[in-house]
Design a protein around this ligand. Structure first.
Ligand code: ATP
Ligand code: MG
Length: 374
């Protein structure tokens, strides 16, 4: 008989829970799929109200009854939502409830077909999470581009301003040289001034390039072994020749201080220290360079007798474009890139920079780097 075969078919479907409820919601049939998906054997579940399949909150809010009501009125109710297995675990179900009526239209009960879509639901959630992560990545990228754009503008403004002032000096001397208004015996002195201005421009260009490299993470450090004391001495010699109003003093010999890294960039750090020591002690004085070891580190300190830094300004020192809002800085040139780059370079060498300062007394910057042979 077709009816029996059909009943057999339904009973043995394993991928769908197919069962019937009476008009009050009591389970009256059960198939293999229902047992597989929900975990109840038919003798355990037949005769129970179907609200047992719902999470406690749904059951308490009479959601199951409401669904039957909708099915009764509309003929059909469908949804996706969490259901509970016999062992208490949740699964994501697609549920269709159909009202079953006889020829006269009397309600005989409900047919219920449930599919376990937990895997699909999980995959969807994973896809959503991936989409969210991708959106976040894109947003961060966009933010970074905006930040880079801003930096670029800052760069251009500063660069044009800071390059123009030494250029003005160069142009002035050049026209004086042209019309012969500089006496021959003063030419060496003028050449020295021009040299200083050129060095300033060189330094600024180098700083801008370094900052750009940092921004783009295209920063390659050379790894050589070298004597830190030699680098300190070289830079001191350069500045001694340039800054005639300051007395450069080298501290006592500290013995070998071999470190590993990018010699030229370590030299840049010390040059920045000395440049600052000179710039920010406009009344001259001593600039003392001390080398030594401190535990497993080598260090170089540069101490000046200049204007000093008030404690509130210390946090600004190492920020990009971090010029201090002081009266003196209105006339002292600078971009505020120097110490920012110094610290970035020091950190990339496994070292650091410390500062001690007393307003009106002086400032000391110290670079520490790991010793090669600890
Ligand atoms: N030795 C120092 N004494 C007093 N103030 C200092 C000293 N060194 C730095 N500063 C302050 O810290 C700020 C940041 O120094 P940094 O070297 O980063 O920039 P800058 O000297 O202004 O410009 P740049 O070095 O790029 O030409 C300076 O503007 C200055 O106000
Ligand atoms: Mg500086």
């Amino acid at each position: 008989m077709l009816g029996d075969e059909f009943a057999l078919l339904v009973a043995s479907v394993a991928d769908y829970a197919i069962f019937m409820l009476d008009p009050a919601g009591i389970v009256v049939t059960w198939n293999e799929g229902a047992e597989r998906i929900k975990g109840y054997r038919s003798d355990e579940i037949i005769g129970r109200h179907f609200s047992i399949f719902y999470p406690t909150d749904d059951a308490r809010n009479r959601k199951p009854d409401w669904e039957l009501e909708v099915a009764k009125r509309e003929g059909r109710y469908e949804e996706e939502g969490w259901r509970i297995r016999k062992d208490g675990t949740r699964f994501w179900a697609n549920v269709i409830i159909t009202a079953l009526r006889d020829d006269k239209g009397h309600l005989r009960g409900f047919g219920k077909v449930t599919r376990d879509l937990t895997e699909r639901h999980r995959a969807e959630e994973r896809r959503n999470a991936e989409r969210d992560a991708e959106a976040t990545r894109l947003r961060q990228h966009a933010d970074r581009m905006v930040e880079l754009e801003r930096t670029k503008t800052e760069f251009l403004n500063l660069a044009s301003h800071e390059l123009r002032s030494p250029l003005t000096v160069l142009r002035g001397y050049n026209s004086m040289l042209e019309d012969g208004s500089i006496p021959a015996e003063q030419i060496p002195a003028v050449a020295r001034i021009l040299e200083t201005k050129l060095a300033q421009m060189d330094l600024l260009i180098e700083q801008m390039l370094e900052t750009a490299r940092l921004e783009h993470d295209s920063f390659d450090l050379v790894r050589d072994s070298f004597e830190l004391g030699d680098v300190a001495q070289e830079q001191l010699d350069v500045f001694r020749a340039l800054a005639r109003d300051h007395r450069f003093v080298m501290g006592p010999d500290a013995g070998p201080l071999v470190v590993e890294g990018d010699r030229a960039r370590i030299a840049t750090i010390l040059a920045n220290f000395m440049d600052n020591a000179v710039k920010y002690s406009p009344r001259g004085g001593e600039v003392t360079v001390t080398t030594g070891r401190q535990g497993d580190d080598a260090f170089v300190s540069v101490r000046d007798q200049g204007m000093g830094i008030v404690p509130e300004h210390l946090p600004l020192l190492f920020t990009r474009f971090g010029r201090l809002p002081t009266e003196e800085n209105v006339t002292i040139p600078g971009t505020g890139l120097g110490l920012f780059l110094c610290r970035e370079l020091a950190i990339r060498h496994g070292g650091n920079i410390e500062v001690r300062s007393k307003p009106g007394v002086g400032t000391q910057f110290t670079l520490t780097l790991p010793l090669k042979n600890r």
